[in-house]
Ligand binder design. Structure first.
Ligand code: ASP
Length: 316
């Protein structure tokens, strides 16, 4: 959409203000777990999350298990092991978790640890802090028994060396794919996790939205939860996931809440953002939603016993 068309049409998919009335208390979805994850590697992540639930785990256990699955997937070059490195050749990882009690933990710029999501969970459960970064995060991980591992695979190293020759600017929609997973367990409690190696060939030291609570992930056990993928800088500036949850609190359904959060970004970019953001949302009553800015976006949904890949088209 051109800027002129955008101004004429108003904000894409704008939601009627009448729904801004305070929402009624939502009926909690119980005994019917719901798992929603970003991208196609959300399918195996959902399966792993479901396994954790079947083994008696709660929503947080399941979200962590889902994220761990993507972190160990060597074929996936944007999360954990096999992730594309920064411009200096270092694989640096960002991750966060949030549980149904509103507790949160995160790690940023973590290196040589295969499961940043589990370190984030330990930050949440074993420290008085929310976020640890870099060397401090690594030292904490090692103190908790995590082992150091080289995460730069031969394949990713080769890609990086190829990139070095041209040093072409890569946008995250070319090399993105954060795994964000939201879970509602059989009690109806909500939790989420997010994990990524971030923007390929980013500046050394760059941290995206994925470890920022409220940006890439937010959980409010009364209302719902939301998570993001896409250009982290823009998700941070719009406090995306928190906004999606707040909009659900105001009465927007999960799809509308994702769209409205994206409308703010569209407006901030004069109707013509040239990057991708995708949101997923899960409401307390078990309803899910998703939206993305441009092109299209896949998310994996496990609901009513079926785990399926879905696609949403971009708002623009
Ligand atoms: N949000 C991630 C980041 O900016 C990348 C992505 O999900 O595409 O690091």
């Amino acid at each position: 959409m051109k800027r002129r068309d955008f101004l004429a049409a108003g904000i894409a998919g704008a939601v009627s203000p009448t729904i801004l009335a305070k929402s009624k208390k939502l009926k909690t979805n119980k005994n019917n777990p719901v798992i929603i994850s970003t991208w196609n590697f959300g399918i195996p992540a959902n399966e792993e999350a479901l396994r954790a639930l079947k083994n008696g785990g709660d929503a947080m256990d399941a979200a962590e298990a889902g994220a761990r699955n993507a972190e160990s997937d060597i074929e996936n070059n944007s999360v954990g092991l096999g992730g594309l490195p920064d411009e200096l050749g270092y694989v640096t990882l960002d991750s966060c978790v949030m549980d149904s009690a509103g507790n949160a933990g995160s790690v940023a710029f973590l290196q040589n640890i295969e499961h940043p999501v589990s370190v984030a969970r330990m930050v949440m459960e074993k420290t008085k802090h929310v976020m640890l970064v870099g060397e401090g995060a690594k030292q904490f991980a090692l103190s908790q028994g995590f082992k150091e591992k080289n995460l730069l695979t031969e394949k990713s190293k080769k890609e990086w060396k190829k990139w070095l020759k041209e040093r072409r600017e890569m946008t995250p929609h070319e090399t993105h794919d954060t795994l964000s997973v939201l879970v509602q367990d059989k009690k109806g409690d909500l939790a989420g996790a997010c994990t990524t190696s971030g923007w390929a060939y980013k500046m050394h030291g760059r941290v995206g939205d994925s470890p920022i609570i409220g940006a890439a992930l937010f959980v409010d056990n009364e209302v719902g939860c939301a998570a993001a993928t896409g250009l982290g800088e823009e998700v941070i500036k719009s406090t995306g996931s928190f906004l999606v949850v707040e909009l659900m609190r105001q009465g927007y359904n999960p799809n509308e809440a994702c769209q409205e959060a994206l409308n703010r970004v569209i407006k901030a970019h004069n109707g013509n953002p040239d990057f991708q953001i995708g949101y997923i949302a899960l409401r307390k009553d078990g309803k899910v939603g998703s939206s993305c800015l441009k092109w299209s976006f896949d998310y994996a949904l496990h609901k009513n016993g079926v785990n399926k890949l879905n696609n949403v088209k971009g708002l623009l």
